[in-house]
Write a protein that binds this ligand. Structure first.
Ligand SMILES: Cc1cc2nc3c(=O)[nH]c(=O)nc-3n(C[C@H](O)[C@H](O)[C@H](O)COP(=O)(O)O)c2cc1C
Length: 370
């Protein structure tokens, strides 16, 4: 069996598979289940100082299926939308849960995801309190695309590199633990907030959070979905359909800052998806919707698939494939030039006379049109 462990910013993950912030890591029970099932790490559901401001609605999810007329279920789900807010548990409940998780699973990497208003004291107080619980690191939620941006939080911060740098520095001034800044895909150039986060003292970035979306419209009621009391609001899109966008963004980040650890997220439903993120340069791979639809146990398929891939390809460890596909990227212009060069070579423009030898008829045929 190949070595599946990865060490990122001093954190040793027994495998690169990490629960992404959301329902699969939303309290002690789900985090414990994640570690029991074999996940290398968990990013807990995002927490803030005051949970009283978090009021969720139901329904708050919507699915996009490959074929809407096929049997309902999760098999043919390709996209998933949510309008869920951050955790509605109190900070005290989270502080207790973080401690309990670290007592019960000392080897499991536990990262606290935090979000606050644009106020230094609030970010620093939140960081300081959580730091004491023994968590292994922090993820800064600069990326939730719905609900919170209306209050200048989440993606509203992540779309402004100056604020990303400032807030990351507030947190970095408070803790020596690793800090990953979670990027929003709802931006033209994802490299800019990532550079800002690193300038502010981040240890790495996580990408991507969900893509702002409208998952569908009910053709009977004419109302966009999910519909709550007759109304709707755009939400965050995830699962299989977002993978190509996430892979592109992860590759852009890794090519732009080759030494920056990137935790890849978006659309991982099976082992090959996760392997693709590793090949694009991610050193860990997060999964949220996949675990919601398939259950925490899906990690066993990820582990088996990765192990089989590494063995078949002759790689001794996960580290050997991180970023392995990045050197193949080039510009479109360069692709055109390569194609022209290949065509010229095929047309035999060069060194054709070297081919004449023993078999005159064969070379003559190659040069004959009929
Ligand atoms: C229901 C739901 C709730 C989520 N809640 C959070 C959250 O609290 N904090 C956060 O940073 N990301 C949150 N996310 C985003 C995920 O962590 C992840 O970035 C995104 O869903 C893409 O990955 P996936 O395709 O594996 O789900 C949530 C996603 C879903 C589907």
């Amino acid at each position: 069996m190949a070595d599946l462990s990865v060490t990122v910013n001093g954190m040793k993950f027994k495998n690169p598979f990490v629960i992404g912030s959301g329902p699969p890591g939303t309290n002690y029970k789900t985090i414990a289940k994640s570690f029991d099932c074999g996940w290398g790490g968990v990013i807990a559901k995002t927490v803030s100082l005051d949970s009283t401001e978090v009021i969720n609605v139901a329904p708050r999810y919507g699915k996009l299926r490959l074929n809407e007329y096929e049997a309902k279920g999760n098999k043919n789900v390709i996209g998933f939308q949510n309008i869920e807010l951050i955790s509605d548990l109190s900070l005290q409940e989270w502080l207790d849960d973080f401690k309990r998780v670290k007592d019960d699973y000392p080897e499991g990497i536990l990262i606290a995801s935090i979000m606050e208003q644009h106020e230094k004291d609030r970010w620093q107080e939140l960081t300081g309190l959580i730091m004491e619980t023994g968590v292994d690191g922090f993820e800064l939620n600069f990326s939730c695309p719905h609900g919170h941006p209306e209050r200048q939080m989440g993606a509203a911060m992540g779309q402004n590199p100056d604020i990303v740098e400032e807030v990351t520095r507030w947190v970095a001034d408070t803790t020596d633990l690793p800090i990953w800044a979670k990027m929003t895909p709802n931006i033209g150039n994802i490299r800019l907030p990532a550079r800002a986060a690193m300038a502010g003292g981040a240890s790495g970035v996580a990408a991507i959070n969900t893509i702002l979306s409208v998952v569908g419209v009910d053709l009977d009621s004419l109302k966009p979905q999910p519909t709550v009391q007759g109304g709707s609001t755009p939400g965050g899109y995830s699962y299989r359909a977002v993978k190509p966008i996430a892979l592109r963004m992860v590759s852009e980040l890794c090519l732009d800052q080759p030494d920056m650890p990137v935790s890849g997220i978006g659309g991982v439903a099976e082992a090959r998806d996760a392997i693709e993120f590793l090949l694009m340069g991610a050193s860990t791979v997060q999964v949220c919707t996949g675990a919601m639809l398939q259950g925490h146990k899906m990690v066993q398929n990820l582990i088996e698939g990765l192990d089989k891939f590494l063995d078949e390809k002759g790689f001794a460890s996960v580290n050997d494939i991180i970023g392995k596909s990045l050197p193949y990227f080039t510009t479109h212009h360069e692709l055109v030039e390569r194609q022209v060069a290949a065509k010229l070579a095929k047309a035999g423009q060069k060194n054709r006379d070297k081919e004449w030898g023993e078999n005159m008829a064969e070379v003559t045929d190659k040069l004959t049109t009929n």
